[in-house]
Design a protein around this ligand. Structure first.
Ligand SMILES: CC(C)(COP(=O)(O)OP(=O)(O)OC[C@H]1O[C@@H](n2cnc3c(N)ncnc32)[C@H](O)[C@@H]1OP(=O)(O)O)[C@@H](O)C(=O)NCCC(=O)NCCS
Length: 286
């Protein structure tokens, strides 16, 4: 995939109804210029897939899309196999993805195994003009919420890698640059205890990534990120096992929209701490 393919890729994404923006496509290609692919059928573009490497320990496969007109001809499988070959050449030890129910059988055929389930939650804020103010009880005494820019990326990257499993500092920096709201939560000794972002998608704003060491910290971040006027829907992908995040989503009036399944291929030696994940970054990147 090159910049010349982005118009096709973005139109296909729109047809299938996913939420990524042209900025998301540009970020994927800029991050991994040799790792994003377009499938052609008799010379016409028919499908897409992207890879995103986090060192050599972990890579993500995303944006696996085949135009409805070209489905069930083996294009999805060919795209996946091409991604796997590319990642094996790069000696990546573990490959992950967040599968839709349509994609799951394809990934299972290629050896991917289930890690954990997550659900996309959504709420149309344009219908509700109320503000989601952070209740006082959710802000720990002595704790501090501040803008991303006031913290060093190295410190944030180190904090995040404990939860995610590997370092994704460069990706976090790019996501932060593209976010409309981006905040850090620190404890009284100034160490990072959480962070969260909100960014614009094509169909809805997207809440995540959202990482915190405690439920209370996460709730303060969520309330702050969702406070003030929100004019569109918000999508939020939450691990099903994260009871505090699911409860908060329900309390705020979010409704489940679709299931996803985090899957892995190869030894999952760096699973991180899924309990600290209150919202993923994007199904395409983890
Ligand atoms: C999931 C998706 C990428 C699959 O793409 P695809 O090109 O249709 O996939 P393939 O053709 O490689 O395989 C899909 C099925 O077609 C079958 N198939 C492959 N070649 C075939 C052929 N020549 N004739 C008939 N069937 C064929 C495969 O065996 C498979 O069958 P199964 O559903 O019984 O397992 C596509 O449905 C899609 O874009 N969905 C929307 C986006 C999405 O959910 N993406 C997955 C993100 S995780």
């Amino acid at each position: 995939m090159t910049s010349g393919d982005l118009e096709f890729a973005h139109a296909l994404r729109d047809l299938i109804g996913w939420n990524q923006t042209i900025n998301d496509w540009q970020r994927l290609v800029a991050y991994e210029p040799k790792g994003c692919f377009v499938a052609e059928w008799e010379g016409s573009p028919a499908g897409t897939a992207t890879t995103t490497c986090y060192g050599t320990e972990l890579a993500w496969i995303g944006m696996v899309l085949v135009h409805p007109q070209y489905r069930r001809r083996g294009i999805g499988k060919a795209l996946l196999e091409h991604c796997l070959e590319h990642l094996r050449e790069s000696r990546i030890s573990c490959i992950k993805l967040d599968a839709t129910p349509l994609g799951k059988p394809l990934y299972e055929q290629l050896g991917f195994r289930e890690e954990w389930a997550l659900t996309r939650w959504s709420k149309d804020f344009s219908k509700y003009q109320e503000e989601v103010a952070a209740p006082r009880s959710e802000i720990e005494s002595g704790a501090n919420l501040r803008s991303w820019k006031q913290s060093g990326i190295t410190q944030i990257g180190q904090f995040d890698s404990a939860a995610f499993g590997v370092s994704r500092e460069r990706m976090l920096e790019l996501l932060a640059q593209g976010s409309t709201r981006c905040i850090i939560h620190t404890s009284s000794d100034d160490s990072i205890t959480g962070y969260g972002m909100l960014r614009a998608g094509s169909k809805a704003d997207y809440l995540g990534p959202l990482v915190a060491t405690s439920d209370q910290t996460a709730l303060a971040l969520i309330s702050t990120l969702l406070s003030g006027p929100l004019e569109r829907s918000v999508y939020w992908d939450i691990p099903d096992a994260n009871v505090a995040a699911v409860t908060k989503a329900k309390d705020l009036g979010f409704a489940p929209q679709r299931p996803l399944l985090r899957m892995h291929l190869g030894r999952n030696e760096n699973p991180g701490q899924p309990a600290s994940c209150f919202g993923i970054a994007d199904p395409a990147i983890g």
